[in-house]
Write a protein that binds this ligand. Structure first.
Ligand code: NAP
Length: 285
């Protein structure tokens, strides 16, 4: 029997509808959440991401500013802009689009963003708060992964979750969030021995490795929830996940497709973070 498909696009639209309604109320009360996006250089993929963020702000009623800076912008000038945005009262979220040009130290820039406005959830204070279980702005893609699992109706608590990939932006925070939801979590990476033996024990399998169609049905326990974070551009221009969707969906439980699974959730979670940050800064949360 073919597994239920987790429709990330629809779920994302449902969440956006709620955000739009809440922002509308705030605007009526005279308060508009604001997001500033900073893009340095002309990386084509980054330009698309930034345009999509701008579009989401517009559709949901947020105030938005996009700062498009030339590729040769100095680190000092970028840090000065971040500092200005940190102090700008109508901006509640700041996102500096990564990757940055090689001559700029990404860590220095992330560290310079006010943690209260760090809607990407990459600042060490937010990462630390996530680690110790305190309130923080959560990184967007991992937060989207958890939201998708929750919306399958499958209880996370008590389940064995396996996460393949241990990057700071996806694998590690996903594993922390799953622990927060009371799953028992196993993490796999490129040096994991006998990975299939572990993944076949997973009730929930999250894959974030960046290798097209790597995980086939032989990695998956029948009925497991499978979340595919991978976004890999194939030679034919098509997008593929890290999971071989066609074979895995024949044995898994609810499964995300690529595209249309995790992808649409990332910007939606960014918009949610911006609203959370705005309400906290305004003393409304
Ligand atoms: P990354 O920084 O390259 O990390 C990849 C991780 O996968 C590493 O921990 C690596 O292990 C592990 N890995 C690589 N090959 C492996 C293998 N054969 N077996 C087991 N583990 C393996 O990648 P990332 O930034 O986390 O991104 C992962 C994927 O998610 C990419 O396709 C990316 O495009 C996608 N992504 C999607 C979104 C979205 O919005 N949907 C957002 C972010 C990322 P080691 O640590 O041992 O090297």
């Amino acid at each position: 029997m073919t597994a239920p498909i987790i429709n990330g696009k629809q779920i994302s639209e449902d969440i956006r509808k709620d955000l739009r309604a809440e922002v509308e109320q705030l605007v009526k009360q005279g308060f508009t959440p604001g997001l500033a996006v900073v893009l340095v250089g002309e990386d084509p993929a980054s330009q698309v991401y930034v345009r999509n963020k701008e579009k989401a702000c517009h559709e949901l009623g947020y105030y938005s500013e996009v700062h498009r800076l030339p590729a040769d912008t100095s680190q000092a000038d970028l840090l000065a802009l971040v500092d200005k945005l940190n102090h700008q009262a109508n901006i509640h979220g700041i996102l500096v689009q990564l990757p940055l040009p090689k001559h700029i130290d990404e860590k220095a820039v992330i560290d310079a963003i006010s943690p209260e406005k760090d809607v990407d959830g990459f600042h060490p204070i937010n990462v630390g708060n996530l680690m110790i279980g305190d309130d923080s702005l959560l990184p967007c893609t991992p937060a989207g992964v958890i939201e998708l699992i929750k919306r399958t109706g499958v209880e996370i608590a008590g389940k064995h979750a396996v996460v393949i990939g241990r990057s700071n932006i996806v694998g590690k925070p996903v594993s922390l969030l799953l622990q927060r939801e009371n799953a028992t979590v196993t993490m796999c990476h490129s040096r994991t021995a006998n990975m299939k033996e572990l993944t076949r024990l997973a009730d929930i399998l999250v894959v974030a490795i960046g290798r097209a169609n790597f995980v086939d049905a032989s990695y998956v326990k029948p009925g497991a929830v499978v979340i595919d974070v991978g976004m890999n551009r194939l030679d034919n221009g098509k997008l593929a996940g890290d999971v071989d969707f066609e074979s895995v969906k024949e044995i898994s439980g609810p499964i995300t497709p690529v595209p249309g699974g995790v992808g649409p959730m990332t910007i939606t979670m960014l918009m949610q973070n911006t609203l959370i940050a705005a309400k906290r800064l305004q003393g409304l949360a």
